[in-house]
Structure formats: C-alpha cells, structure tokens
Design a protein around this ligand. Structure first.
Ligand code: NDP
Ligand code: 8X3
Length: 252
C-alpha cells in the first residue's frame, strides 16, 4: 500500500522541501499550513510530477479547535499516516529578555510548543489505532544550546527536545518511532519571519558563509524515515560546516 506522510508547515522552507522529497519517494501526502494558495499550488505540482495523491488542509496550529476539526475531518483513508513531520514553527524577534515582546513570546510558544502538541495528540492516536507510525519533530540547535537574545525561541526548541524524548517513551509500547532533527542555520523564510518581513536584515544572517539548504534537511529526514523497522534515529544535530555551534559561525 502507498505510504502517507503528513507534513505541517509545507508552504515554505523545510516543510516544502520535505514534500518534494517524500513525493519523489512515492508517498501520498497531507500538506498543511495557513497559506492555502501555496498548498494547492504545491499539491497540483507534486500530483502531476510524481503521480501521487495529495490532500491539503489549511489551519493555524495555534488553534486547538482548528487542528482537531481539520485533521479529524480528513477522510478515513488519510488517517493511515506512516510519517508525521512536525515542522510548522517560527521565531519572532531577537531581543534581550527585558525588552522582549509579549506577543512574540506567545506566538512562539503557541506555535512551536502547543501547536506541535495539538497535532501530535491527534495523529499519535491514529498511529496507535493503525499499529505503526513515525513522528519526526523539528527541533533546532537552539533546542540544544542558547544564544544571545534567542531566549524564548531557544526555550521553545528545548521544549521540543524534551517532548521528543517524552513522546518516544510514551509511544514505545505502540511501536511508534519518534525522532528529532536539530538543524543549525538553514536559509528559508525563517529569518524573514523572525524579522517581520525585513528582507535586508534576514539576508545578512546568511552572508559570508554557506548555510544549509532546506533540501539538506529534507534529505536527512528522508534518511531517518527510510531506516529499517528495527532502527530508530532518536536525535540528530545537523549544522552547516561553517557553523561550530549556535553562536559561532565562521565567516569566510
Ligand atoms: P519557514 O518560515 O520557511 O517555514 C515555516 C513553515 O511553518 C511555513 O510553512 C509556515 O506556514 C508554517 N507555520 C508557521 N506558523 C504556523 C501556524 N501558526 N500554523 C500553521 N503553520 C505555521 O521556516 P523553516 O522552514 O526554516 O522552519 C521549519 C521548522 O524548522 C521550524 O520549526 C523552525 O523552527 C525549524 N528550524 C529552522 C531552522 C532554520 O535555520 N531555518 C533551523 C532549525 C530549526 P504558513 O505561514 O503558511 O502557515
Ligand atoms: C533556527 C536556527 O540558530 O537561528 O532554529 O536559532 S537559529
């Protein structure tokens, strides 16, 4: 039977790159994100190019009601999900703690932590019923280390790291694999979102060194998802060669 991957945050960056790789590998896809126009365009392209089936579901992961209604509203055959890629996430602002925006903090916590929990709650129950599944969580090097002004974003990704470990224990009796991927700097829309549309400032983040591309992470996620049944990659940190840790980038 054709396998199914559900990818959150498939409208851009790493999620979109994962959609291309899993489509290439013959998976049917459930693509989610808020920007429906992008989801539909991507779905049409992948359906045509790879002859796979694609369902799109547009919702805000911060809304528990939207997550439950949209996911549970999918037809039964789409609930046979083999791989869930918990990718939707973002950073907002880069300010010292005493100057941080309350709204930015709430957006990051609601998206990166609560959103991931809402999606996982629904899909892990499908996987338990199916008797198989693999949840792949997008953490970050910011979930392993902390850098100046990264405070709340780093805290959300540390939470993802902890949830990844907790989920693995809880879902082990059900035969469900759980993995976290922790990338360093990947050039996507991430910095543009962090700096609220300031493209010049976003571009500077990746100047003078070669960052990772979204495709590098998608291929790594494919590697993790395609290991034999008895092998699980628990945790994987992947960095640009020019980046030693969260705060040290070698600028050429
Ligand atoms: P992008 O900004 O390019 O993509 C983020 C995706 O998340 C978009 O598809 C966006 O869709 C979705 N998203 C954001 N907020 C919501 C929401 N409230 N509801 C539903 N979907 C949402 O960033 P990346 O691809 O770089 O980021 C993907 C993941 O990787 C994130 O979890 C990020 O923290 C993590 N990461 C990124 C790194 C980097 O350097 N880029 C490094 C380490 C980890 P839409 O706006 O349409 O809703
Ligand atoms: C994104 C990587 O270092 O900008 O999670 O926080 S970083």
């Amino acid at each position: 039977m054709t396998k199914i991957a559900l990818i959150t945050g498939a409208t851009a960056g790493i999620g979109e790159a994962c959609a291309h790789v899993f489509a290439r590998e013959g998976y049917n896809l459930i693509l989610t994100g808020r920007r429906l126009d992008r989801l539909e365009k991507l779905a049409g392209h992948l359906n045509e190019k790879h002859n796979i089936e694609v369902a799109v579901s547009s919702f805000d992961v911060r809304s528990r009601e939207q997550v439950i209604e949209n996911l549970e509203g999918l037809p039964g055959q789409w609930k046979k999900v083999d791989v869930l890629i918990n990718n939707a996430g973002l950073s907002q602002g880069l300010d010292p703690i005493q100057k941080g925006s309350y709204d930015d903090w709430e957006t990051m916590i609601d998206t990166n932590v609560k959103g991931l929990l809402y999606v996982s709650r629904v899909v892990s129950n499908w996987m338990i019923n199916n008797g198989y599944g693999h949840i792949i969580n997008l953490g970050s090097i910011a979930g392993k280390e902390v850098y100046a002004n990264g405070n709340v974003y780093c805290a959300t990704k540390h939470a993802v790291d902890a949830l990844n470990k907790g989920m693995r224990i809880d879902l082990l009796p059900h035969g469900i694999k759980v993995t976290a991927i922790h990338p360093g700097a990947v050039e996507t829309e991430f910095s543009e979102v962090r700096f609220k549309g300031d493209r010049e400032r976003a571009k500077k983040v990746y100047e003078g060194f070669e960052p990772l591309a979204a495709a590098d992470i998608a291929e790594t996620i494919w590697f993790v998802a395609s290991r034999p049944a008895h092998v699980n990659i628990n945790d994987l940190v992947i960095m640009p060669t020019a980046q030693a840790n969260a705060g040290t980038i070698f600028r050429k």
